[in-house]
Design a protein around this ligand. Structure first.
Ligand code: GAP
Length: 451
């Protein structure tokens, strides 16, 4: 079961410390959100899961962590200065601004007027001044995608790792877009994180690799607990494709506000490496690249058999972390009328807290000391955050940990002092097991192996 509507999720996220409106004490800023104590853990667990599957569990992908501030030259040759824009209209009646492509019947959503200006392109990139003098002569963009720094680091990475296609470069990090109408909670925001893979392949093998990565990404989302009947694959229409793409499949998800893009998997061809390379005329570049007289670096590979140099094609799965978090929260949200509780049935690798250790009586030193000992023992296993709950209100603790998705609660009671056993309550079944203290680490690690 999923959330009934977005309000359920927004309210749970605020109540339990997942997500807050940014700059809240001064009235908040539109399209910006902060991740609280539970949100930061969930987000980190999702990113770690992506990194594990993309980098550690394979042997053909390297990682990168590049800067957010990006030279205007990079974004000129990538085509973003000219094309990274949305159509903007102004309402002449109420002076509000809208994305032209998101209006119903060309009507202002605020005052219903049809008296709108003609659409004009609005570039979505944020700029910031570099250095002490802000006279417009020296500026950088906040990157609108993490991908460009992967392309401009291509030679550094092949020179330092001796990789040849097929291989990939992965990066997770912040991107910024001055969205005209940020909306739907964390779905469309102005500052967000992307998990991006640029996978370089020989021209001609690109279409097979494209299919391969679409399948891999669908499989990964279902391993994160996103049900396959809520995922749909949509091939983007030719006229809707980004300037760099030959073909794109959007992985769409049934969010509480409707079916929308969760991740895009694009065939970027040789457009980006071609646009950033020096001496473009030396290669048979297949895409219409941005002509470049400034690059100092050859972004090409020598074919070992034919000895000819070529520009690799790129397959790019690009997922938004915030959209991933929203989909996962929506999937996990469960209202159980019969048990009078809300429970987040998260996959255990994503749960912000792995186990809560609860002394039955608040500030009873025998119980609390034992709880601290168990917490340290489980924490040292390195599976994620284990937490002590020392409020003495067991019912309240269970309710809170159900709502933040903690897979197990371990209660230390007076019987524990006598017979060295604890009660372990399972989040989903609410079943309670009595477990010997000598066995608690094994019980805990076995649970995370199985779930
Ligand atoms: N490098 C390719 C690229 O950036 P995109 O389709 O514009 O392609 C990729 O973005 C993913 O980034 C999207 O599928 C979405 O998950 C996320 N994303 C894009 N804009 C976003 C926004 N304003 N707020 C939250 N996530 C966003």
């Amino acid at each position: 079961m999923t959330a009934k509507n977005m309000e359920d999720l927004v309210s749970l996220c605020k109540r339990r410390g997942f997500i807050f409106q940014s700059n809240d004490v001064y009235g908040g800023m539109k399209g910006l959100y902060d991740f609280g104590p539970m949100g930061v853990e969930l987000k980190m667990n999702l990113k770690n899961s992506w990194w594990r599957s993309i980098v550690y569990e394979r042997d053909d992908i390297e990682g990168l962590d590049s800067t957010i501030l990006t030279s205007p030259t990079v974004l000129k040759y990538s085509g973003h200065e000219d094309t990274f824009s949305d159509p903007l209209v102004d309402c002449k009646q109420c002076k509000s601004r809208w994305r032209a492509d998101q209006l119903d019947n060309n009507q202002c959503p605020s005052c219903s007027s049809n008296d709108l200006t003609e659409p004009r392109p609005f570039n979505l990139m944020f700029k910031t001044a570099i250095g002490p003098v802000d006279d417009g002569s020296s500026f950088a963009y906040l990157r609108p995608e993490t991908a460009q720094q992967i392309f401009v680091n291509f030679k550094n990475i092949i020179d330092s790792t001796s990789r040849t296609p097929p291989f990939g470069i992965a990066q997770i990090g912040k991107s910024f877009r001055n969205e005209i109408t940020p909306r739907n909670f964390i779905f469309r925001v102005r500052e967000f994180e992307q998990m991006e893979l640029e996978f370089f392949v020989k021209p001609g093998s690109d279409e097979d690799w494209h299919k391969y990565w679409v399948d891999q990404r669908l499989k990964w989302w279902s391993e994160q607990g996103v049900s396959s009947d809520k995922l749909k694959l949509l091939e983007v229409e030719k006229e809707e494709l980004s300037h760099y793409s030959k073909a794109t499949f959007d992985i769409m998800y049934e969010f509480p506000h409707g079916l929308e893009e969760l991740e895009g998997v694009a065939n970027r061809t040789d457009f980006d490496l071609g646009s950033h390379t020096k001496n473009q005329e030396d290669y048979e570049i297949k895409a219409k690249v941005t002509p470049n007289n400034s690059s100092t670096t050859k972004l090409a590979i020598q074919d070992l058999e034919s000895k000819k140099w070529y520009i690799p094609f790129v397959i790019e799965p690009s997922a938004g972390v915030e959209r991933g978090v929203l989909a996962i929260l929506n999937e996990a949200y469960t209202q159980e009328e019969e048990n009078n509780r809300t429970v987040l049935k998260l996959k255990s690798h994503l749960s912000p807290i792995k186990a809560a250790v609860i002394p039955l009586k608040r500030n009873n030193s025998d119980l609390v000391n034992l709880a601290n000992k168990i917490k340290s023992e489980l924490q040292s296993l390195g599976l994620g955050r284990v937490m002590i709950e020392n409020s003495g209100n067991i019912g309240k603790n269970y309710r809170r940990h159900d709502e933040i998705g903690t897979p197990m609660c371990i209660t230390i009671d007076f019987e524990t002092l006598e017979n060295q056993s604890v009660t372990v309550r399972d989040r989903d079944t609410m079943k309670q097991d009595r477990v010997d203290l000598s066995n608690i680490s094994t019980y805990y690690s076995n649970y995370f192996k199985k779930n």
